[in-house]
Structures are given as structure tokens and as C-alpha cells.
Design a binder for this molecule. Sequence first.
Ligand code: XIL
Length: 401
Amino acid sequence: MEITRRSGLTMLAGLAVSACASAGGTTGLALPALPASPASPSMPPSGVAPDSLQAVARSKGLRIGSCVAWGADGADRGSFANPNYAALLKRDCGLLVAENEMKWQALRPTATSFDFTRFDAIMAWAVANDLPMRGHNLLWHQPKWMPRWEENHDFGANPRQAAERLLVDHINTVCRRYGTKIASYDVVNEAVNPTDSTLYQTALSRALGGPEATLDLAFHTARAAAPLAQLVYNDYMSWEPGNAKHRAGVLRLLEGFRARRIPVDALGVQSHIVTQSPDTRGSIAALEGDWRRFLDDVTAMGYDLVITELDVRDNGLPADIAPRDRAVADFTKGYLDLMFAYPSLKDVLLWGMSDRYSWIEGFEPCPDKARRRPCPYDDAFAPKPMRSAIAAALAAAPARR
Ligand code: XIL
């Protein structure tokens, strides 16, 4: 029997109620208490600053949040254990996601073991602060992002069976561990090769009979192990020039999921967006047509949208900080205004709150050697125009039901 998210919700309604009733405070790392319920358009709970991003989001039935990393106390990282960073998270966020700590590279030191230490520490902090978490991700389907052992793994005499067991065991172990505590998973991340629209192969998918069979199994397994959760395909196809083949490949994949009745609820639009020039209005006018067509095609197939990793690569801008920040803010506002026109979009995750810890600096430094400014807060944790732009876009968003 196919378990849909709706039937799963019905089946588990009683279970969820009894779990809620018994939820207490943070009692340990293994099984943290339930997260706060999803946003409702209501007054912010006490302790939430009325002008915080999460309060503005909540007033529209939206949620906003950020990625967070593991870190030892006092470490200068984008971690919950860093008081400067924790203060930003607590103030502005109503939702969190672990930047790296749920990936196979973090959870799977070997084919036969799991290490949940770091993810559990993040989860415990999130629960203690009443912050729900998304799960990112159950399968990053590219060889370079799988643990090294996986690409060299010996799948034995019956490779298909061994590969299926490895994948199913991974997803079951993660999803069952967090039960109803994680309400949305990026089940598959970045499976489409943007250069030719095909699906990547990994050692796992070769053993299992191909990428489609692998991704399908991942979603079916996640649905069975976490029937209440939103299941997301997450990718970085975006609106800038050069993304047409990536978008086409993602559309084909999403069509295939529907044709094969694979339980996928939403497209995760990573949203690592890239400014094109100081003329943000002109840039947006040039980009929005193709982008809307893509999003229309996705939503017409019945997929919801989630912004999973928003940040801005400040390319093609003056070196001066003021005009650079202005352009980043305007580009962000234009992007979010367009995205919020899609009613199914309810959750927005930033890929970091402060420029100080953004991955962009290491991934793609500015050609002119200026420091990247991709996040709503600067290196010294002061709010930037991008933060005001996000607040303005949230305030202007049509209210969600
Ligand atoms: C990035 C992290 O931010 C880095 O710390 C890590 O080295 C590589 O991964 N798409 C994704 C995220 O789905 O998981 C990536 O995160 C950024 C791009």
C-alpha cells in the first residue's frame, strides 16, 4: 500500500497526540522532546521580540530560520555553542537546520556505524529553545559528498540487495531516531547534474540498479519511517543565467516522481542567489520570467515549495560596502517578493545568519578579494540592509492560511 503523507497523518494522529501529551523539557540527547508546533498566524509567544524576523514571519503564517553548526563552547563558529551566534538564532529564528551534522559524511564514519553526537547536541539545544528543526539530508546523491568509504565500498556478491540494505538502514535509523521531532526532511539533495540534466551516479546507485531506483527507494523508505514528515527533493537550480539545464533536469526528475507515484511533497529551492549587477531592478526583470515558468511548472505538479538555504553571492557589485549591501538587500527583497506569491511556500531557511561564518567565503571567494557579504548580519553581528529587506518581504507577504 502506498502511504501518502495525508494517510500517514491520519494513521498517526493518535500517536502524535499522545506523544505531545507526554512531551516534557529536554531530558537527554537521545530522544529530545517534541518541537514547537508549526507557525500559526498569531501573536508571538512571550520572549519573542515583536520586531524580530520570526515575529514578522509568524504574523503571516510563515516561518523563518537558519542553519546552525556544531561547535565546542566558546568556539568562533556559526554554532549554538557560540553565544554571539546563539543570540541571533534565538532572536530571529523560528526554525533551524544543521549545516552539516546530519549528512552521511557526519553521521556515517563507517558502513556499519553511526555517530549522532554532534547532531544530537544541536537537536538538544534546539529543543531546549523551542525551535523545530528540519532534517538535511538523508541522501546527498553525489560521489563527492558521500563519505569516502561509500565510493570504495564492497557491495559483495549481491550488490543490489546490499545497497538497498545500506540505504534503507540509514534512512530508517535516522528517521526513527527523531520520530515526530523532525517534521520536514530533505530526503534527496542535489541529484541532478547541472551540466547535462542527467542524474548523478554514486557507488551506491550503481550497485542498486541506477539513480532513479535509488532516489525512489529513499523517498519510499522515508515515507514509511516518518509518515508525518514533509518529504523534500532539494536542489540549487536557480534563476540566474546558466541554470536552464539544471532546471530542466529537476523538472524531469519531479515529473518522473509523479509518474512513478513516489512520495515527494515539496521542492526545496536552495536559493543561493547571485547578484548580477548594481542594477538589481533590471537584473530581476531579466530573470523573473524563466523563474516563474519553472516554479509554475513545479507547483502545477502539486509540489509545495520550501526555501531551504537562502544566501546571496555578491557578484558584479562595487567594492564599497554601502552600495554592495544595498544591492544584496534589493535583490533579496525582489526574490522573496516573487517567491511569497506562491502560497505553498511557508518556510524560509537562511544558510547562515552572519557573514562571519558563511560557507560562501570558502566556496567561492570574491574575485576582487573583498570579503563576501551573503547574510543578514555582518562579521560583527550587526544587522545589514539584507535583514531589513527580509523583514520587509515577510511583512509584505500574503498571509498564509
Ligand atoms: C555546505 C556547508 O555550508 C559547508 O560547510 C560544507 O563544507 C559543504 O556543504 N548545498 C547544500 C548544503 O545542500 O548542504 C551545502 O552546505 C551548501 C550547498
